[in-house]
Design a protein around this ligand. Structure first.
Ligand code: SP5
Ligand code: ZN
Length: 347
């Protein structure tokens, strides 16, 4: 059976100049070429139709995000330009609300620090239209799942799994996977999220912390060693109605396919035991040995294996693109995941 891909070229408007780490600015690794190379490889591999995202009302975003936060994202860059007229550059905060104030401050630089979690996630004029389009890609993709398509890929950019109710960071503004999940749940589905991005999906975890539906299962680097540092341990298991519905599988830096595959099988057992109606895969490809910002050691062939393992779940599956920064390989990794997945599925 073929798959369906949903895309929007509006991602191109989000094009950050630099991100801060290691004591200096580096060109953003989260760049438009990520999405265009993935799209080109999917077209070349001819795995199924590629459709454009529909327009969705903001109410679909309010299921996940604070309306005041959405309003902030819409006006942040204009406010920044008013403060820094001329060649304004990208909007970045320099100080943060470690203990959150009751209200966001009036000044834009204070507001950036109120809503941001890092200095790696620049905002520019095109950020809002791109972030909204990425959410619309995910919403359109989940609509196709609801209508019976078995394998759907939301080619989202910017990514989403580090964004929470009212925080952006880790290159993420709107949590595309969570927005699609909320729409599926509103339609009556029981959802399992499997997050295979190298980094812990701290935004997704926070959003569903006290919910029994969805089940959130994540494989990622040990957060004591790498970003996002402050969540993702195995001891974090959810709370209240969500107790046990968060399942973290942290792995050591340097993890290769053999160890990764064992954790993946454990994750898939947890998921298949829960018998979800829909599996949503937060698909990060930054587990690759050649990723410029990560330490895992998955090799080229392993992405076909990854797809084959995911086919253990035999129901409707929605893939949502998260991270992955090895530009010269990213398109091959994504198509290999789908080739491995589709050739091991019964429908
Ligand atoms: C969606 C996603 O994958 N977000 C990841 C955000 C990670 N940002 C932190 C980057 C820190 C880079 N450290 C680089 C070390 C290079 N040797
Ligand atoms: Zn990542």
């Amino acid at each position: 059976m073929p798959m369906l891909t949903v895309y929007s070229d509006a991602h191109n408007h989000h094009q950050g100049r630099g991100e801060l780490f290691g004591g200096g600015f580096h060109p953003c690794v989260e760049r438009p070429e990520r999405a265009t190379t993935v799209l080109a490889h999917l077209q070349e591999a001819d795995l199924g139709p590629i459709v454009t995202a529909d327009r969705w009302p903001l109410s679909a975003l309010y299921r996940v995000h604070d309306p005041a936060y959405i309003a902030f994202l819409q006006t942040a860059y204009a406010d920044w330009q008013r403060k820094y007229p001329g060649d304004s550059g990208d909007a970045l905060p320099y100080t943060f609300a470690l203990e959150r104030a009751s209200q966001p401050p009036r000044d834009i630089e204070g507001r950036l620090g109120y809503y941001a979690s890092d200095v790696s996630t620049p905002i520019m004029g095109g950020t809002w239209p791109s972030a909204r389009a990425a959410a619309e890609v995910a919403l359109t993709a989940q609509q196709h799942v609801q209508e019976g398509v078995q394998t759907v890929f939301a080619l989202c950019r910017p990514p989403g799994h580090h964004a929470s109710h009212d925080r952006y960071g880790g290159y993420c503004f709107l949590n595309n996977a969570a927005i699609a999940t909320r729409a599926l749940i509103a339609a009556g589905a029981k959802v399992a999220i499997l997050d295979v991005d190298y980094h812990h999906g701290n935004g997704t975890q926070a959003l569903f912390w006290t919910d029994a539906n969805p089940l959130f299962v994540s494989l990622h680097v040990d957060p004591t060693a790498d970003f996002p540092y402050f969540s993702g341990t195995a001891a974090e298991r959810g709370a209240e109605a969500g107790e046990g519905a968060t399942y973290n599988l942290p792995l050591l830096p340097g993890t290769g396919w053999a160890r990764y595959a064992r954790a993946l099988d454990e994750a898939l057992t947890v998921i298949t035991d829960a018998v979800p109606d829909v599996l949503l895969v937060s698909l990060g490809l930054d587990t690759a040995a050649n990723d410029p910002i990560a330490t895992f050691r998955l090799r080229d062939d392993d992405y076909h294996h990854l797809g084959a393992h995911l086919a253990r779940f035999d129901g409707p599956t929605l893939f949502v693109l998260e991270g992955g920064y090895a530009l010269s390989s990213l398109g091959t990794y994504v198509t290999d995941v789908f080739l491995g997945f589709l050739s091991n599925r019964s429908r």
